[in-house]
Design a protein around this ligand. Structure first.
Ligand code: BG6
Length: 608
């Protein structure tokens, strides 16, 4: 997820400040590198470097950028680590065309190979760089206009994109195209804007035109023309006045980044599924061949590894343990060259995880990691990396990166099931079909349960402690749900194996004590009914995350969260956590706390 912005002004004059101001409002969309391109005196000017805006401004003088038209980009690395070469904008061989892009070009390698054969020279590892070279190729080969060359280029893309193009060939225009990644236009008397998000230009104008998928727009200094790429027809779309305050706009209208990120999950999970990662096969093979497998992580990431642990045990029948990274000492003497370590980390910078990996490597282990941030420290100590593609997570409490981590564990598990033969072809295909449906299940789960979570939160907010109980595979969901409630609502919430809760913890239960149960219709169902009865007999108020239509369970509990049918056993650790994310969020809000910056916590603990 990157921040892109373009500006056209009336005269060829200084434009760097305005571009930087706009990019600063988008930095929450990515902050690995920054770049600006403009057209001045018939020349393309490109300035870019690795680092956040403030860091890059120290290295290069962006303010001196002149031109009537300019584009800017703040990057969230997906293809190619953060670096100056990989920073956008990217240009063609003749440096006449400059492109910035937000999204994922799935077929970029095929396009790149074609262009390399045609003699194009590439400077970066990014997927985006194929765009200016493809435009250049169409211009040369088919003698078409720049607009037609860009449209032909966009038609070759498989994947998602929000792109802006400027060129010395048309020095007072910006060409944009959109599919799945956001792109909006801002209009005021002196300037025209295009950007991935409204905050970029909200301080200049509230007159906004939203672009829809498969639309192409040509922006000039006082006009914009939208074409439907499917029909070729020109579309008339009037601007509307946006009412957001600037700070709300960065959160796309959500009151907090955490709620925005909970709602982003259908898209981020779809992004993960959309990208073919060859490393997945190598990771599965190396786990299959290993003698010992340990998954290493901290916090929320540790709970996602429990899915990995259970699936490796199930699909490869191999001893495998999830180990909390700071407890690595407990397994250190088991590590050798036949050991595989699977670190899972959103930031890739958690010191507990890094220190464990470094030692394991010294002892000969193979490191196969699942990480969100491209080029982070964990990835640099890994033999193979599986990226989460969840985009920047600004809320300190993990949400979308947890479900992305858990999805990655399932991705590995399914490949293991195929390699080991535990899954025959039909079973594998059935799982893969359901795997691809997870984003829509999560979307339905959010729609069905958000209001309910807010309602239950009004009661939960008055409590000081709670239990989250589950069995078997669902225990990690209970653990993550309880951690969320601790992290942001500051309510002591303990996740416990439901079967074990009668051996001690039940002593804490008193009248109206909150007990949350995670109860898909799987093999644990019969047993957990008994646990619910035990807790209710002591006065507990039971809440269940259950499968839609599970009447027996509904009648047992005071409140329910409903998960769409058919996903009880399969992948339940993904949709079943979403209502618990929402419950924690709304409880924190009702208690008057800021879910985005919970006290005492940090997004990534880079100290031991
Ligand atoms: C904690 C974060 O500090 O670190 C958690 O608050 C996170 O959200 C944990 O799960 C591990 O971080 P990472 O980046 O290694 O996944």
């Amino acid at each position: 997820m990157c921040g892109i912005v373009g500006i056209i002004q009336q005269t060829e004059s200084k434009i760097g400040n305005e571009i930087i101001e706009a990019l600063t409002k988008l930095e929450y969309r990515g902050y690995d590198s920054v770049g600006v391109a403009s057209v001045a005196n018939g020349e393309l000017i490109i300035v870019k470097d690795e680092g956040k805006i403030a860091e890059v401004l120290e290295k290069i003088d962006l303010d001196s950028i002149k031109g009537r038209v300019a584009i800017g980009h703040t990057r969230w690395a997906t293809h190619g680590p953060p670096s100056k070469e990989n920073a956008h904008p990217h240009v063609d061989c003749k440096k006449q065309i400059s492109v910035i892009h937000n999204g994922i070009i799935e077929n970029f390698q095929q396009l790149k190979n074609e262009l390399l054969e045609q003699g194009h020279v590439f400077q970066s590892e990014t997927d985006t760089e194929v765009l200016p070279h493809l435009i250049e190729q169409f211009l040369e080969e088919e003698k078409v206009s720049l607009e037609e060359a860009i449209i032909k280029t966009v038609e070759r893309i498989e994947g998602t994109y929000g792109i802006c193009v400027i060129s010395t060939l048309e020095p007072d225009k910006i060409f944009c195209a959109k599919k799945d990644s956001p792109l909006v236009i801002g209009i005021n008397d002196n300037r025209m804007f295009c950007a991935s998000d409204i905050p970029a230009f909200l301080s200049y104008t509230q007159e906004v035109v939203l672009l829809h998928d498969d639309e192409f727009v040509t922006i000039s200094k006082d006009n914009y023309e939208i074409i439907d790429l499917k029909t070729g027809e020109t579309i008339t779309r009037k601007p509307y006045t946006v009412s957001w305050k600037p700070e709300m706009a960065q959160k796309a209208g959500f009151p907090h980044f955490m709620l925005k990120e909970i709602h982003e999950q259908p898209n981020t999970l779809a992004d993960y599924i959309r990208i073919e990662q060859p490393s997945i096969l190598k990771i599965a093979e190396k786990i299959y061949e290993a003698e010992k497998v340990f998954l290493l992580a901290a916090g929320t990431a540790h709970y996602s590894t429990l899915t990995g642990q259970n699936l490796i045990r199930r699909f490869v029948k191999k001893p495998c343990s999830s180990v909390i990274a700071s407890e690595y000492e407990l397994i250190k003497n088991l590590i050798d060259e036949k050991t595989v370590i699977v670190p899972v980390s959103q930031s890739g910078e958690t010191m507990d995880t890094i220190m464990a990996i470094k030692n394991a490597r010294e002892l000969g282990a193979t490191i196969l990691s699942a990480v969100n941030i491209v080029g982070s420290t964990v990835t640099r100590h890994s033999d193979e990396v599986l990226y989460l593609y969840a985009g920047p997570e600004i809320g300190v409490a993990a949400t979308k990166t947890y479900t992305a981590q858990t999805l990655a564990m399932w991705d590995i598990g399914l490949e293991l099931g195929k390699i080991s033969g535990e899954l025959d072809n039909d079973e594998y295909e059935m799982y893969r079909t359901n795997f691809k449906n997870i984003p829509s299940i999560v979307k339905q789960t959010i729609v069905h349960n958000e209001a309910r979570a807010n309602h239950i939160a009004s009661w939960f907010a008055k409590k000081n402690s709670s239990f989250y109980l589950a069995r078997s595979l669902n225990l990690q969901t209970a653990r993550e749900g309880a951690l969320k409630m601790k992290e942001i609502a500051y309510i002591h919430s303990e996740a416990y194996p439901a079967g074990e809760s009668k051996h001690g913890p039940i002593a804490l239960v008193e009248e109206d004590y909150p007990v949350v149960f995670v109860t898909p219709q799987d093999q644990t169902r019969k047993l957990i009914v008994g646990n619910i009865m035990e807790m209710k007999a002591r006065g507990a108020t039971a809440i269940a995350v259950l499968e839609e239509g599970d009447k027996e369970m509904e009648e047992l509990v005071k409140w329910k969260f409903e998960i769409p049918k058919g996903y009880s056993e399969m992948f339940s650790t993904i949709p079943y956590v979403v209502p618990l994310q929402l419950l924690a969020y709304y409880t924190a809000v009702r208690r008057g706390y800021s879910p985005d910056q919970p006290r005492n916590l940090s997004k990534s603990v880079t100290v031991l």
